[in-house]
Design a protein around this ligand. Structure first.
Ligand code: NDP
Ligand code: HSE
Length: 436
C-alpha cells in the first residue's frame, strides 16, 4: 500500500518532537498502523531557525496553505497554536478533505463545535489527544476506556507549567518569575504564559474533558478560572502544617442541579496520590459510577511526551482512513445528535470546603466575631489555628478550614469578615477538596 503522507504545520517544540518520533519509530509505527507514515512537507515562520528535528527529505515552506492545498497530503498536523488564523487553516484543510491532528486546546475549546461539525460533514477526523495533559492518553481513556460509565466528576493537574512553578517554589523556595522563565526555556509554556499561570490553558483543557465526560457541547466561556499568582509562601506552609498541598486543579463535577466547571488553586490532603504529582507532570482523577476512581499520570508538556500523543492520533487516523465515517468513535465521545443541554453552574452555586487566612488584632472577641459571621451563613468550621505574628506585624494570622458550603454564603461571609474593624486586609481564600 502507498505510504500515508503527512504535512506538519509548525516545527517548534511539539512539531519538532513529532517529526523526531515519526522518523525514529517509523518501522514500529508502520507495523502498528498497517501502512508507512511519512512526513513529506512542513512549515514554519522562519526557515533559517535551528530546529530540534532533522528536516532532511521534507519540503519546507513558510506558508501553511502550501501544505493544506497540496492534494498529495493525507493528514495535516496543526502544531502552530492560537485560535485565530489557525481556525481558518483547519477549516480549509477539512474542506480539502484532509484528516487533521492537533495539539491545540484553545482551538478545540473555542471552536471545536464548529470544527467537528464540519469534519463530520466532510467525513474526516480531527484528532486532539495531545490537547489535554500532554503525553497522557486521557482523551482515549475517557472516550473509549470508560465509555460504559456515567462519569460523576474529574479533577486534574492539567497544566505542566503551573505545576512546575508551584513545585519549584515549594521545594526550592525559588522565585515565581525565575521558574516561569525556565518553563518557557524548556518549551512547556504557552506562547502567552499568562494562559498557564492564570488558569486559561487549564480552562481550555477542562472544557474538552467535561465535554467528553458528560456529553455536553464545548463551552469554555462557562468555565470559572482563577490563577496561581495569588498563592503565597505562607499559605503553602500553613497548608502543609494542616496536612494539605496546594495544587492548581481543573474540576468538573456533575450535580443534581448542573455541572461545575472550575479551575483554581486547591488544598488537597497530602496523602492523596495526586497531591504528590510534581514538576511538569500532570495527573487526572476520573470517577465513574462503575469503575470507581481512576488516576492517569504522565508528562503534561514537552516535545516528545506531547509527540507521543500526536503520533498515537496519527496512527488512529491511518487505521480509520478506510473505515465508514458513520461508524467511527465520535469526536466528543457521544453521538453528535445526543449532546445534552445540562446547565453549567455559576460560581456562586459551587459547593466546596475552604481554607481561609486572615490577619486580626490580638484581642478578646475577635475570633468570636469571625465564627459568629460564619455561623450566620451556615458555615461549619472544621479546624481553626491562631499563629504567631509574622515578622514585625502586630496582627495575628488566623487560619480556618471549613466544611462544604455554598460559595454564595462564603462570599457573603468573607465580605462581612473583611468589614470588621479588627481584621486587617483581605481574607485569603483557597478552595479545599478531599477528592474522596
Ligand atoms: P512553538 O512556539 O514551539 O512552535 C510553534 C511553531 O509554529 C513554530 O515552528 C513557528 O515557526 C510556527 N508558526 C507560528 N506562527 C506561524 C505562522 N503564522 N505561520 C506558520 N508557522 C507559524 O509552540 P509549541 O510547539 O510549544 O506548541 C504548538 C501547539 O501545541 C500549541 O497549540 C500548544 O498549545 C500545543 N501544546 C504544546 C505543548 C508543549 O509542551 N509545548 C504540549 C501540548 C500542547 P518558527 O519556529 O519559525 O517560529
Ligand atoms: N503550556 C502547557 C502546559 C503545554 O504547561 O501544560 C501543555 O499543554
Amino acid at each position: 500500500m502507498k505510504p500515508v503522507k503527512v504535512g506538519v504545520l509548525g516545527l517548534g517544540t511539539v512539531g519538532g518532537g513529532t517529526v523526531n518520533v515519526l522518523k525514529r519509530n517509523a518501522a514500529e509505527i508502520a507495523r502498528r498502523a498497517g501502512r508507512e507514515i511519512v512526513v513529506t512537507r512542513a512549515s514554519a515562520k522562519d526557515l533559517s531557525k535551528e530546529r530540534i528535528c532533522d528536516t532532511q527529505g521534507i519540503i519546507l515552506s513558510t506558508d501553511p496553505m502550501d501544505i493544506i492545498n497540496d492534494p498529495e497530503i493525507d493528514i495535516v498536523l496543526e502544531l502552530i497554536g492560537g485560535a485565530g488564523l489557525v481556525k481558518e487553516m483547519v477549516l480549509k484543510a477539512i474542506e480539502n478533505g484532509k484528516y487533521v491532528v492537533t495539539a491545540n486546546k484553545s482551538l478545540i475549546a473555542l471552536h471545536g463545535n464548529e470544527i467537528f461539525a464540519k469534519a463530520s460533514e466532510k467525513g474526516v477526523i480531527v484528532a486532539f489527544e495531545a490537547a489535554v495533559a500532554g503525553g497522557i492518553p486521557i482523551i482515549k481513556a475517557i472516550r473509549e476506556g470508560l465509555s460504559g460509565n456515567q462519569i460523576e466528576w474529574l479533577a486534574g493537574i492539567i497544566n505542566g507549567t503551573g505545576n512546575f512553578i508551584l513545585t519549584e517554589m515549594r521545594d526550592k523556595g525559588r522565585d515565581f518569575d525565575d521558574v516561569l522563565a525556565e518553563a518557557q526555556a524548556l518549551g512547556y509554556a504557552e506562547a502567552d504564559p499568562t494562559f498557564d499561570v492564570e488558569g486559561i490553558d487549564a480552562g481550555h483543557k477542562l472544557t474538552i474533558l467535561a465535554s467528553i465526560a458528560f456529553g455536553i457541547p464545548l463551552q469554555f466561556d462557562q468555565v470559572y478560572t482563577e490563577g496561581i499568582t495569588q498563592i503565597t509562601r505562607l499559605d503553602v506552609e500553613y497548608a502543609e502544617q494542616l496536612g494539605y498541598r496546594i495544587k492548581h486543579l481543573g474540576i468538573a463535577r456533575k450535580t443534581s442541579e448542573g455541572i461545575e466547571l472550575r479551575v483554581h488553586p486547591t488544598l488537597i490532603p497530602e496523602r492523596r496520590l495526586i497531591a504528590n504529582v510534581n514538576g511538569v507532570m500532570n495527573a487526572v482523577l476520573v470517577k465513574g459510577d462503575a469503575v470507581g476512581a481512576t488516576l492517569y499520570y504522565g508528562a503534561g508538556a514537552g516535545a516528545e511526551p506531547t509527540a507521543s500523543a500526536v503520533v498515537a492520533d496519527v496512527i488512529d487516523v491511518v487505521r480509520a482512513l478506510t473505515s465508514d465515517p458513520e461508524n467511527r468513535v465520535p469526536h466528543l465521545a457521544f453521538q453528535a445528535d445526543s449532546l445534552a443541554d445540562i446547565p453549567i453552574l455559576s460560581s456562586e452555586r459551587f459547593k466546596t470546603s475552604y481554607y481561609l487566612r486572615l490577619n486580626a488584632e490580638d484581642k478578646p472577641g475577635v475570633l468570636a466575631d469571625v465564627t459568629r459571621i460564619l455561623a450566620d451563613h451556615h458555615i461549619s468550621i472544621e479546624a481553626i489555628i491562631q499563629k504567631e505574628p509574622v515578622g514585625d506585624e502586630t496582627a495575628i494570622p488566623i487560619i480556618l478550614l471549613t466544611q462544604i458550603t455554598l460559595e454564595k454564603e462564603m462570599n457573603a461571609a468573607i465580605a462581612k469578615i473583611e468589614a470588621l474593624q479588627t481584621v486587617t486586609g483581605k481574607v485569603n481564600r483557597i478552595r479545599l477538596e478531599t477528592l474522596k
